[in-house]
Design a protein around this ligand. Structure first.
Ligand code: PLP
Length: 451
């Protein structure tokens, strides 16, 4: 069966972010079932999903309540749009729920289908906001190197990843990138606290060079996720706030990964004390059961683009799709009812963090870091030096990731680090198992690298 699946997959299916020639030669892993924190492949192997799908299945796989909520909505109204002066109950209820759960400045949401679309919407909304305020020249958005904001033309442009920019002529005009607060890789001899200030001041320098009168917004993930779980030093976000305080520049916190409990609060903005003007969300909004995203719009921005009137010429056929909205509502109900955010903050978060940070003692690990339930292990050849000095960057990370999968745990490789982001429903026993497999994976990788 697996061989048949693989052959048919190789014949017709182009995977995202994949070298298809290499993948077809190796054969895809065929995932056939999911329940809780576990997935099963077509050979019957049970694997712990340490990535919650793609940082999204916050409530775990296979929840019947979501299937039932989607079915109920399907029988009532499976589709309608919000273009024709129309709306529908799931959109109304979801917008209202999001206004309640997000930080207090957010009372409006613009619905989209993905994180990429949310960030494309941000670019257009920021420019529309400033044009409405009579300052269309404030069209530049500053984002960060190594950020990931999606792979559409807009999202890929805001993101700061070279391999994405190199394909398709990105970034689009008006996007500027500054340094990321990556102390482990780029902090040199500084302390993390010193480096947090230095990295934040890259924003001040960029503002002085480009001119405040040209800049519409600064866009950043509270924790850079796909860039390698770059947890900023404690000084970073306060310094960004100081820099933006008396300047007329919008702050956009991309919470596509860090939202919905991942960092131990509802939003990463709360974990780091960020007061954003716009907030892209997706992934954990529906725990991936159906595609849906949004941009949370603060009163400051809504007062202009709603208050001043005029069309915002933007939207999608499936903005606020009733089935996706129903799935999201049920997902949020589960997160609230089961107190999953509090669980990450007070229970499973600290429990897993302690064991994960202890993996930092392994001879292959230069740094273990984790906030809430998102973490990274930096693999290095010459501990205790922080130099990211494996000769062929990414090779050791890939070896480790493949060992992990074979050992029964999904982790992701970013350069030579291993990334973890399990469902928020992870039990203590599953956490123990996860750490045992991660530890064995480090041993296997270490033995392989030394050969
Ligand atoms: N923004 C962030 C911070 C992300 O991590 C991602 C995806 O990983 C996106 C945006 C893009 O989301 P999507 O893949 O749903 O388009």
């Amino acid at each position: 069966l697996t061989a048949d699946y693989r052959a048919r997959d190789a014949a017709h299916h182009m995977h995202p972010f994949s070298d298809m020639k290499a993948l077809n030669a190796e054969g895809s892993r065929v995932i056939v079932r999911g329940e809780g924190a576990w997935i099963w492949d077509s050979d019957g192997n049970r694997i712990l999903d340490g990535m919650a799908g793609l940082w999204c299945v916050n409530i775990g796989h296979g929840r019947k309540e979501i299937a039932e909520a989607i079915q109920r909505q399907m029988a009532e109204l499976s589709y309608y749009n919000a273009f024709f002066k129309t709306t529908h109950p799931p959109a109304i209820a979801l917008a209202e729920t999001l206004a309640r759960l997000t930080p207090p400045q957010f009372n409006h949401v613009f619905f989209v289908n993905s994180g990429s679309e949310a960030n494309d919407t941000v670019i257009r909304m920021v420019r529309h906001y400033w044009a409405t305020r009579g300052k269309p020249e404030k069209s530049v958005l500053i984002a960060r190197h190594n950020a990931y904001h999606g792979s559409t033309m807009g999202g890929g442009s805001l993101g700061g990843m070279k391999p994405i920019h190199e394909q398709g002529g990105l970034p689009i005009p008006g996007i500027h990138h500054i340094a990321q607060p990556y102390w482990f890789g780029e902090g040199g001899d500084t302390t993390p606290e010193e480096f947090g200030i230095i990295a934040a001041r890259a924003l001040e320098t960029a503002i002085e060079e480009i001119g405040e009168d040209k800049i519409g917004a600064f866009v950043a993930e509270p924790i850079q996720g796909a860039g390698g779980v770059i947890i900023p030093p404690s000084t970073y976000w306060p310094e960004i706030a100081r820099i933006l305080k008396d300047r007329d520049i919008l702050l956009v916190a991309d919470e596509v990964i860090t939202g919905f409990g991942r960092t131990g609060n509802w939003f990463g903005s709360e974990t780091f004390g960020i007061e954003a003007d716009l907030m892209p969300i997706a992934k954990g909004l529906s725990s991936g059961y159906l595609p849906i995203g949004g941009v949370m719009v603060s009163d400051k921005v809504a007062d202009v683009i709603i208050g001043e009137g005029g069309d915002f010429n933007h939207g999608f056929t499936y903005s606020a799709h009733p089935l996706a909205a129903a799935a999201a509502l049920e997902n949020l109900r589960i997160i609230e009812n089961e107190k999953l955010v509090e669980r990450v903050r007070d229970d499973i978060g600290p429990y897993l963090q302690k064991k994960w940070l202890a993996l930092g003692d392994h001879p292959l690990v230069g740094e273990a870091r984790m906030t809430g339930l998102m973490g990274a292990l930096e693999l290095v050849p010459n501990k205790p030096s922080r130099a990211l000095a494996f000769p062929d960057t990414g090779k050791v990370g890939t070896i480790a990731r493949d060992f992990s999968f074979r050992n029964g745990l999904v982790m992701r490789a970013v350069r030579d680090s291993l990334i973890l982001s399990p469902p928020l429903t992870l039990t203590h026993e599953e956490a123990d198992h996860l750490i045992a497999v991660a530890s064995k994976t480090l041993d296997d990788t270490h033995a392989e690298v030394k050969r």
